[in-house]
Design a protein around this ligand. Structure first.
Ligand code: ATP
Ligand code: MG
Length: 283
């Protein structure tokens, strides 16, 4: 039985639970309980505070965990990072009062900086040869300058609107973060086998999220030009339609390029385009 620690409720929870469900695991969400057992795979899910996850995985109380890179970095625990998971993306940034002029990191020399990430901030200061006063706060960091508790903050930013509404501007991105899958460093052979299986499934789900399946109809004399537009995994599938002189073309397109490709396909004479999500993809 492999134990996986995920955040009980917060900005990592939905993405973590959705990912595990997309790999085919069936289990109850952790609204009430702290532990759920999957009914169709040898896995148990532990619902925890995110700050505790690195410690649990380091100690082997949990074999795997899903946590933000920011939290992992801050706690400095020794675990194996299996892979990035592509959700809960954010950055850890320094912000100062909107009206202040910012010329560079030396701005922070001798300043009082409020943050929940004392270690990451200290590393930033050290690597810039700066000394500043760090004020550890566990939440609502962005209000610290407004109430006179600090001159600046280092906090999580995703859009920057919270900073702006507190009269602050982002001036330095200290580090970027997303959810990562972590594992205990000395996992047993038996557990490693389950982990390999799960990691294979997670890879298939995450790869699929970056692509769409595309179907279209086109007159046969346009097929060559249309194929040239499709990046595809290998060569696209071309099937004849009942209507003579027409074919159906199927291919896989990277989500990033999707709209650009659709525009080109339409220009080349494609009709009846269908774009379909891919559930799993093994390459
Ligand atoms: P807990 O109660 O479990 O300790 P928390 O309040 O510490 O939760 P959350 O606010 O739920 O933490 O954030 C969890 C993680 O999600 C953060 O450590 C970060 O990696 C990521 N995160 C935080 N804010 C955002 C955001 N606005 N957009 C995307 N990801 C975010
Ligand atoms: Mg937390």
């Amino acid at each position: 039985m492999l134990k996986i620690a995920v955040q009980k409720s917060g900005r990592l929870s939905e993405g973590s639970i959705q990912l595990l469900k997309d790999t085919g695991l069936q289990f109850n969400n952790g609204r009430k309980q702290l532990l759920a057992t999957a009914s169709n795979f040898p896995v148990e899910i532990l619902y925890l505070r995110d700050d505790d996850i690195p410690q649990y995985v380091q100690d082997g109380v949990a074999d795997l965990g899903i946590v933000g890179e920011n939290t992992l970095m801050e706690t400095g625990k020794s675990v194996k990072v299996i892979r990035q998971l592509g959700f809960s993306k954010c950055r850890l940034s320094l912000a100062i009062p909107k009206a202040d002029h910012y010329s560079g990191p030396e701005y922070f020399a001798g300043k009082r900086i409020a943050t929940s990430y004392v270690n990451i901030l200290q590393d930033f200061l050290t690597s810039n040869d700066l000394t500043a006063e760090i004020h550890p706060i566990s939440g609502s960091v962005e209000i610290a300058p407004g109430i006179g508790l600090a001159d600046a903050v280092m906090d999580i930013v995703s859009t920057g609107s919270t900073l702006l509404s507190n009269g602050l501007k982002e001036v330095e991105v200290v580090t970027k973060s997303e959810a990562v899958l972590i594992a205990h460093k000395a996992i047993s052979d038996e557990k490693q086998k389950i982990l390999d299986q799960l990691a294979f499934r997670i890879n298939a789900v995450l790869t699929a999220r970056g692509y769409k399946y595309i179907l279209l109809n086109a007159p046969n004399d346009k097929i060559d030009e249309i194929i040239a537009v499709l990046p595809g995994m290998k060569s696209p599938t071309v099937l004849p339609l009942a209507d003579k002189g027409w074919s159906s073309v199927h291919s896989v397109v990277e989500e990033k390029q999707l709209w650009e490709v659709i525009d080109k396909l339409k220009m080349k004479g494609a009709q009846g385009l269908l774009i379909i999500p891919i559930e799993k993809m093994v390459v």
